[in-house]
Design a protein around this ligand. Structure first.
Ligand code: FCB
Length: 452
């Protein structure tokens, strides 16, 4: 990226209707895990179990957002960020997943939504960002077909209580990550492993996403309904046939497994024969129920992966060539900094004619930030990461991709799942001992950029 190009980066180039925002998720910020009637979620249980989270970190306080959200919304306002993405914790609304509603949970999200609107900030809720009520996990969680009905009940309650003020909904966050990491690899909650958990979880998540879309649309036909997907640009390690085919298989798993059935294209099983076993979980009529005509699709991109053939990886026969062994710039997550990835993903998703509009609902980076002696947090690598990625979004937009908005991940440093508090992704630094906040230089840059 030339210096010249960076200097030219200007909000006006995106047009007035382009939406700029910042994204968060309930479990990563709220804390107050057992307060005001909230039921346990799979992440509460998983994070409290020794060995699951780096250095025994837990999210019992996190950013204390539940008790002091006004403080963080004030920062959103101060930075001039017009859109705030957050997620609703299912077990705050329904402590046991179904049945009795917890009024205090409803009150919290009503207050949050009202407060955002009073401050001139548009609330963008996501209904499921991975924190399934533990009671439902004990009944099989995402592997139990009944979850489609449980989820619909929850979505319908959210629509009833919050829908009068919500213009954009996102049904679910990154289904590939919570099914892959949580039900196949066992490294995220609920810590289950293997195909026998993964495949039914995938199928039921897809049915639930589509059903959730239908429930919201029926309740509020004018609201715009979306759902979000993780995506990773995949590059073959070499031009050898085996590596190219391995990269294609990884692409199916990382980028196509969820979006294609939801668009009515069915599961992309041809090149990964083991995925055909998902048919076992089909009921008659599922082909139709698996798709929904979303108003928008959220894509969430952080990096790319380089893939080579591997005999040893079961089913996929493909292996990630780790970024920290490739002599490329990386983040705290050991993810390669590779801005063109987001451009390629925008092009890839926009090539599906069924997709109407795309929002980048997450993009950002973790670096080892520190407070300087003068009390500031100078994070030039994050600042450049954001700039360089926004330039790539503009490139895609200029080439005709219907990308309508961009959300930075994330507002404040927070609880980064199995990595605990180590990776700092925020535009705002958090001292987790005192809950003090400091806007980083990247946050200041985003604020200046948004001023136009
Ligand atoms: C995404 C998640 C989000 C956060 C970022 C770093 O996969 O949706 O919660 O953890 O990664």
């Amino acid at each position: 990226m030339s210096v010249q190009k960076k200097q030219e980066l200007n909000k006006q180039s995106f047009g007035d209707d382009f939406q700029w925002g910042v994204a968060t998720a309930a479990f990563q910020i709220e804390g107050s895990c057992a307060v005001d009637g909230k039921g346990a979620s799979i992440w509460d249980v998983f994070a409290n179990k020794k060995g699951n989270i780096k250095d025994g970190h837990h999210a019992r306080t996190a950013c204390d957002f539940y008790l002091s959200y006004q403080k963080d919304i004030a920062l959103v306002k101060k930075m001039g960020i017009p859109n705030f993405r957050f997620s609703i914790s299912w077990s705050r609304i329904l402590p046991h997943g179904t049945g009795k509603i917890n009024q205090k949970g409803i009150d919290f999200y009503n207050d949050l939504i009202d407060h955002c609107l009073e401050q001139g900030i548009e609330p963008w809720p996501t209904l499921y960002h991975w924190d399934l009520p533990q009671t439902l996990e004990e009944k099989g969680g995402w592997t139990n077909r009944e979850i489609v009905a449980w989820f619909s009940e929850y979505v319908s309650i959210c629509a009833t209580h919050f829908g009068d003020r919500i213009k954009h909904w996102m049904v679910m966050n990154e289904p590939m990550v919570f099914t892959g990491a949580g039900y196949f690899m066992g490294v995220h909650a609920p810590g289950r492993k293997g195909l026998k958990n993964f495949l039914p979880a995938v199928h039921h998540a897809i049915l639930s996403i589509a059903e959730g879309g239908r429930v919201l649309k029926a309740a509020f036909p004018d609201a715009l309904i979306g759902t979000t997907f993780s995506c990773t640009h995949v590059t073959p390690f070499s031009s050898a046939k085996k590596d190219v085919a391995a990269a294609d298989r990884a692409d199916i798993l990382f980028n196509r497994l969820f979006i294609e059935p939801l668009l009515g294209l069915g599961y992309p099983v041809d090149d990964i024969p083991v995925l055909k076993k998902i048919q076992r979980y089909f009921y008659p009529g599922d082909e139709d129920k698996m798709s929904f005509d979303f108003d928008f699709i959220g894509i969430q991109n952080y990096t790319r992966e380089v893939i080579r053939y591997s005999l040893l990886t079961p089913y996929l026969h493909a292996q990630i060539v780790r970024a920290d062994r490739r002599d490329v710039p990386t983040t705290t997550m050991k993810w390669e900094v590779y801005p063109p990835a987001i451009y390629h993903m925008l092009k890839k998703f926009s090539a599906y004619p069924q997709i109407k509009e795309i929002y980048v609902t997450e993009n950002g980076a973790a670096f080892e930030d520190a407070v300087s002696e003068d009390g500031t947090v100078n994070d030039p690598r994050r600042l450049n990461y954001l700039k360089d990625h926004i330039v790539q979004v503009l490139k895609a937009k200029d080439e005709g991709v219907n990308v309508k908005g961009y959300f930075v991940w994330t507002l404040t440093d927070n609880f980064e799942w199995a990595e605990g508090y180590h990776p700092r992704f925020g535009l705002v630094y958090v001292d987790f001992n005192t809950q003090q906040r400091i806007i980083k230089s990247s946050g200041q840059w985003y604020a200046d950029f948004l001023k136009g």
